[in-house]
Design a protein around this ligand. Structure first.
Ligand code: GDD
Length: 328
């Protein structure tokens, strides 16, 4: 197993340290190489040295919110970076299989189209996305990912590479970065539960996501890449939950019951037992454009690959919250 890591001023590899131990326990080789998707010569050198049989391209400027602030960098890494990898593969290692981390963000704009709520329903129905749903990216991140998605499909059709796109909806775990909403919630509430004098500041509480468990989704990546025929697959749970619901569930695991008061930017969540303010809305965490209710149908992945998620929303929140309570 070989991994590509970016050079950073301080080492931040704690999330992959476990891989080294796991490889060692199985007597498998494990090697890290410096590389960067914006540096084609470096990529070519690593691929030439390693001669991989499968490449999983999970490298990305993966924060959608930050892509509004660094759109050109997002494009260089998330769009052109993928072209660089594919072109090196085509020229030097065409037998290698390729997995591209495509994304549900490609469908974002579909959620902004008006949809009719059924009579008596509290909100509009979810937009259920499949491999044939139209792409409507609504962030610099998603626009770059659409290019990468199309290039991957093009190298498959045009040059016969075994190149696949996994169109993954949100996938979370205790390894999630702290500036993504799920981990931000569990890490902050865990610190508060352990006595920290903090408030959890969030953006849009009513944003909805189809949240699954990352290990299930990594299994899907492997199934997609090792399938006989390369293709594109949606990987999702098929249901959405709001940021607000995530907060309530996580707070319950930490021993709090949230009572919401106020509206819009003045809304806050209080601990019902003590009246202490635990959650507040902070306008800077809102995005210029965001979506709030798309979910995915993984019917094709189930039919062709036999993939199904094993962990539902409630258990996912428990796993993340319990892990952060343990760390805190
Ligand atoms: N990050 C963040 N921070 N998001 C917040 C916050 C906050 O304080 N408050 C509310 N949100 C809302 C965002 O506006 C968004 O609607 C939702 O919570 C989820 O945001 P993120 O956790 O940042 O994830 P994402 O959905 O934008 O993107 C993730 O999933 C995609 C699909 O798999 C990333 O992992 C992407 O790289 C990935 O493509």
């Amino acid at each position: 197993m070989h991994g590509l890591v970016r050079r950073t001023s301080s080492l931040n590899r704690d999330r992959i340290d476990g891989l080294r131990d796991a490889a060692k326990a199985r007597s498998l080789p494990f090697e890290l190489h410096y590389g960067n998707l914006i540096d084609p010569l470096g990529l070519q050198a690593v691929i030439g040295r390693v001669k991989p049989s499968e490449i999983y391209n999970l490298a990305s400027e993966s924060h959608v919110g930050i892509s509004f602030e660094e759109p050109e960098h997002s494009t260089s890494v998330n769009a052109v970076g993928v072209l660089r990898l594919l072109e090196i593969m085509r020229l030097t290692r065409p037998e290698c299989r390729f997995y591209q981390a495509s994304t549900s963000e490609l469908f974002g704009g579909l959620a902004l189209r008006p949809r009719e709520a059924s009579p008596g329903a509290a909100r509009s129905p979810e937009c259920v996305c499949t491999e044939t749903s139209p792409f409507e990216p609504i962030s610099p991140y998603a626009i770059a990912k659409q290019y990468a998605h199309a290039m991957t499909a093009f190298y498959r059709r045009g040059y016969g590479l075994h190149a696949s796109n996994g169109i993954l909806f949100n996938h979370e775990s205790p390894r999630r970065g702290f500036n993504f909403v799920t981990r931000k919630i569990t890490a902050t509430l865990a610190r508060i539960a352990r006595g920290a004098d903090e408030v959890l500041f969030l953006g849009n509480l009513d944003s909805r996501r189809d949240w699954g468990y990352a290990p299930d989704y990594v299994r899907a990546m492997w199934m997609i890449t090792t399938a006989d025929v390369a293709d594109d697959y949606v990987i999702a749970t098929g249901e959405t939950r709001s940021v607000r619901e995530f907060v309530e569930r996580a707070a319950a695991v930490a021993g709090f019951e949230i009572a919401w008061e106020g509206a819009g930017p003045a809304e806050a969540g209080y601990d019902r037992a003590t009246g202490r303010r635990l959650v507040a809305v902070e306008p800077r965490f809102f995005r210029p454009l965001d979506h709030s209710s798309i979910c995915g149908s993984a019917a094709k992945a189930k039919a062709v690959l036999g993939w199904e998620p094993t962990v539902g929303f409630g258990r996912l929140v428990e796993i993340m919250m319990e892990s952060d309570l343990g760390r805190a």
